[in-house]
Design a protein around this ligand. Structure first.
Ligand SMILES: Cc1cc2nc3c(=O)[nH]c(=O)nc-3n(C[C@H](O)[C@H](O)[C@H](O)COP(=O)(O)O)c2cc1C
Length: 224
């Protein structure tokens, strides 16, 4: 299995952290990875507030209901979305597409943390208005999620995933994948046909060497 597939498979939420501080360079690597995410319209509508000050972190934790475990984490990163910018461009779908963009960003950050040997957890349970106040987030921007970061002390239990045949459908919602070979054969035929259609649609071409020859041929001298 590729390194990436292993990384994705082994990523887990971590909520128990040691007191060991996290190196600033590693925090920046996590944020940098987040910025590699796809974004709506390529707008990169995001800002990241790194919290290390105990007073500010406590004020944020006070506004995260049911998340007392966060207080032990050495670093919090608040992922903010530029809602004003996205709404101006996409008035009908701004909220949804901004949330999707920041979710892609968050997943990149979580995977980067895992790759760097850090533990991390996604937190969305917070009082948005109070967090805006505490962190001085201006209008046109909103906190979308918090990435909690630190050196993990836990070994998470195995995760029971829903079996693929319950969550994967073929061709329509509810369509069962009954025969793996049929799926592969259908795709094989699909691509063969596409290739045949493409070749048939192309005008006949001279070979490369013929094209090169006529390209470099000296122009005839005009008749005298
Ligand atoms: C949109 C979203 C919001 C989440 N919010 C919280 C949260 O507020 N607190 C928390 O402890 N975990 C939160 N999580 C983490 C999930 O609880 C966790 O991903 C889930 O239990 C699966 O476990 P795993 O991450 O180890 O695979 C959130 C995850 C997502 C995708």
């Amino acid at each position: 299995m590729s390194d990436f597939l292993d990384l994705a498979r082994n990523r887990r939420s971590r909520r128990d952290f040691s007191r060991q501080p996290v190196e600033f360079e590693l925090v920046i690597e996590v944020v940098r990875a987040a910025t590699y995410a796809p974004s709506v319209g390529g707008m990169q509508p995001w800002h990241f507030i790194i919290l290390t000050d105990p007073g500010v972190k406590d004020a944020v934790c006070d506004n995260c209901p049911g998340q007392s475990w966060m207080r032990n984490a050495p670093v919090l990163i608040v992922f903010c979305g530029s809602s004003g910018k996205v709404d101006d461009f996409y008035p009908r779908f701004g909220d949804k597409w901004l949330a999707q963009t920041l979710a892609a960003c968050m997943q990149n950050g979580l995977l980067a943390a895992q790759e760097l040997g850090l533990g991390a957890c996604w937190v969305s349970s917070f009082d948005e208005l109070n967090i805006r106040d505490v962190l001085k987030i201006p209008d046109g921007h909103r906190p979308e999620a918090i990435l909690v970061l630190g050196y993990s002390r836990e070994t998470p239990a195995d995760k029971a995933l829903l079996p693929l045949d319950q969550v994967v459908f073929l061709n329509f919602f509810g369509g069962k994948v009954t025969e793996k070979a049929a799926v592969l054969r259908d795709w094989g035929e699909h691509f063969r046909k596409k290739k045949d259609d493409f070749v048939a649609s192309q005008p006949e071409k001279k070979s490369f060497s013929e094209q090169a020859k006529s390209f470099f041929k000296k122009p005839k001298k005009p008749e005298e």
